[in-house]
Write a protein that binds this ligand. Structure first.
Ligand SMILES: Cc1cc2nc3c(=O)[nH]c(=O)nc-3n(C[C@H](O)[C@H](O)[C@H](O)COP(=O)(O)OP(=O)(O)OC[C@H]3O[C@@H](n4cnc5c(N)ncnc54)[C@H](O)[C@@H]3O)c2cc1C
Length: 574
């Protein structure tokens, strides 16, 4: 079996010979596969008849020359005289690595909760037990707290290994959550327990569902995550597109299907139920204190995967009070910027932009003050969303539907902030910093998303009218002065950066591009420490995913969920 990553088909040829809907969606059909086979034959100077079992592993656009766009394919195939071909084309071909073995075979004193800022007050032990442990008595089922990608993939792996996890999620089931979030965008009335950050599916449910990650896939977990998404209803092309994405409209169904599989395997779910505290004996976790509808009880639990995400600030505070070791970590803040998608497309793909999938971009700039500015979480043909999760505080983010057919492209333009910037010292200083700026954002437009035109942002003055670009937003918005809700050094660096980006993407620095803020939930402000067995300083507590500081994005969070679950499964075999 041979492998090559240098098979090229001109986009012009693709557009001529492949049905337009397939070119537009990126989906590979028979026509495209034939073109790839022909291109491979030409590359190796062999006839099509000699190529067998052709499989396309990866597809990407090479847009360096706008007049001569190329599709680049990574392929695997069989051919006659493979050794001779390898000798003739050492720079083009290599032998396929034997397929890795599948990682995840089927082997496969109580404290009362009051989820406000401070530590919980020691109170009377509740005796209510809602445990229906899959394994009973000595070894209760593992508890998975949080059903975002980290918790979801962890719970699925545990369920498939026969460990019948109990999943505890503070927000609603995805079906109800969708209605709650729509109502929030419509009315501005926030449910602090079930919103864009909290609820079944986690923070990325209302997202573009981008699945690319910078994490190298040495373990096969990245592939496993993509295959699992497809198994539960995501479109198959995410397995070969270089920058796969699902879209918020499809994500909800995938999440529901994974929940149903966990239930089928004997797992159990408690929605609208929050982890309020931990009970520890010696250094061993013995119970989780759970809270639902004002009622608190202790659930026996010796192994907990804690996958509560980067926005569970009350939980961070409580864990800190309980002595769970954590450290502050840098994250990034800034704005969302919107441009017409057609402008981005034309700049990236030239004349072919309408025929190809919606174009994206990735931009970086070193500002004169020394701060790096970069684009993040770009959503082609998407919407800016009000992604708040706390009363009186406002945060924005981006989302797209699967077809990415919206008028605008949006992206975060952010700069990194470190504990030195937080002002307030201490482990949780980053949260205080986020809250300060989210409060400014909320106050500026009375709870609506504040927006400003880029020209006004640069000149540091309030906007009072839109230009040609109109906001594509979920949630109310109002013209304002976004620069005033940013840390000044981030505002300065972003303004400089967006002017510089205009030299890379034509029109990026147009005066009527729309900015909104604040983009403050880019990653976790803390890291919960864990040892080589992936446990925190309390035995049985497994911090996991983005909130614990071990992931940045949907895919890496899911990969960490699998990794932690493997550790829990292994511990059961000891
Ligand atoms: C609008 C938006 C768009 C995004 N777009 C993308 C994208 O396109 N691609 C990408 O890679 N990333 C994207 N992200 C980031 C991505 O969502 C996160 O990286 C990812 O969800 C982290 O996964 P996680 O499982 O670690 O945490 P989360 O997804 O945050 O899940 C944590 C879960 O824990 C629950 N929880 C919290 N506290 C408790 C508690 N005390 N008790 C019980 N349950 C609790 C929460 O309700 C939540 O469901 C986006 C985020 C947002 C908000």
């Amino acid at each position: 079996m041979l492998h090559s990553n240098q098979v090229k088909v001109p986009v012009r040829e693709l557009i001529e010979k492949v049905p337009a809907d397939l070119v537009k969606s990126g989906v590979i059909g028979q026509e495209e596969k034939k073109l790839v086979g022909q291109a491979l034959g030409r590359l190796l100077k062999i006839g099509m008849g000699q190529i067998r079992d052709l499989r396309i592993l990866r597809k990407s656009v090479d847009a360096r020359k706008k007049q001569d766009l190329q599709m680049i394919y990574q392929v695997e195939f069989r051919a006659g005289k493979e050794e001779a071909l390898l000798r003739r084309y050492p720079g083009i071909l290599k032998k396929c690595q034997p397929v890795r073995k599948e990682m995840l075979s089927g082997r496969q004193s109580v404290f009362r909760a009051s989820m406000d800022e401070g530590c919980f007050v020691r109170g009377k032990a509740s005796t209510i037990s809602e445990t229906a442990s899959g394994e009973g008595g000595e070894r209760p089922s593992p508890l998975v707290v949080g059903f975002g990608p980290a918790g979801m993939f962890a719970a699925l792996a545990l369920a498939r290994a026969g460990l019948a996890p109990h999943v505890v999620e503070r927000g609603q089931r995805v079906e109800e959550r969708r209605q709650t979030v729509d109502a929030f965008w419509e009315t501005g009335v926030l449910n602090p327990e079930s919103n864009v950050q909290f609820g079944e599916g986690g923070a990325g449910t209302f997202s573009d569902g981008k699945l690319n990650t910078m994490v190298k896939d040495k373990t096969g977990r990245n592939r496993k995550v993509l295959e699992t998404f497809v198994e539960f209803g995501a479109p198959g092309e995410i397995l070969y597109l270089q920058k796969p994405h699902i879209g918020t409209d499809l994500l909800g169904d995938v999440v529901r299907n994974i929940r149903q599989e966990i239930l089928r395997l004997g797992g159990r779910f408690s929605f609208e139920t929050k982890l309020a505290d931990l009970e520890v004996e010696g250094e061993q976790l013995v119970s989780a204190v759970l809270e639902r509808g004002g009622r608190t009880w202790a659930e026996p639990c010796r192994q907990m995967i804690l996958a509560t995400g980067h926005s569970a600030r009350d939980t961070f505070y409580q864990l800190h009070c309980r002595g769970i070791q954590m450290e502050p970590k840098p994250f990034a803040v800034g704005v969302r910027v919107e441009h017409p998608q057609a402008m981005i497309g034309r700049s990236q793909y030239g004349d072919y932009y309408e025929a190809l999938p919606a174009a994206d971009y990735k931009l970086t700039y070193q500002a004169s003050g020394g701060r790096g500015v970069y684009s993040f979480c770009m959503c082609p043909g998407g919407y800016v969303v009000n992604a708040s999760s706390e009363e009186g505080r406002l945060a924005v983010n981006g989302m797209s539907f699967h077809d990415r057919a919206g008028e605008n492209a949006n992206s975060a333009i952010i700069a990194t902030v470190t504990p030195e910037d937080f002002g307030e010292s201490g482990v949780l200083g980053g949260i205080a910093f986020q809250r300060k700026y989210e409060e400014l954002a909320f106050r500026q437009a009375g709870g609506k998303i504040p927006v400003q035109l880029l020209g006004d942002f640069i000149r540091n003055r309030k906007s009072d009218a839109f230009g040609e670009v109109l906001p594509a937003m979920k949630g109310g918005f109002a013209l304002g002065h976004v620069r005033e809700i940013l840390p000044p050094e981030v505002g300065d660096a972003s303004a400089e950066g967006m002017v510089a980006f205009g030299r890379k993407i034509s029109g990026y620095d147009r005066k009527d591009a729309i900015l909104s803020g604040i983009e403050s939930r880019t990653s976790s402000p803390v890291r919960i420490l864990r040892n080589e067995s992936l446990q925190g300083n309390i035995r049985g507590l497994y911090p996991c995913g983005e909130g614990a500081g071990y992931a940045g994005g949907l895919t890496s969070a899911a990969m960490d969920g699998i990794r932690v679950a493997e550790m829990v499964i292994e511990s059961r075999h000891r």
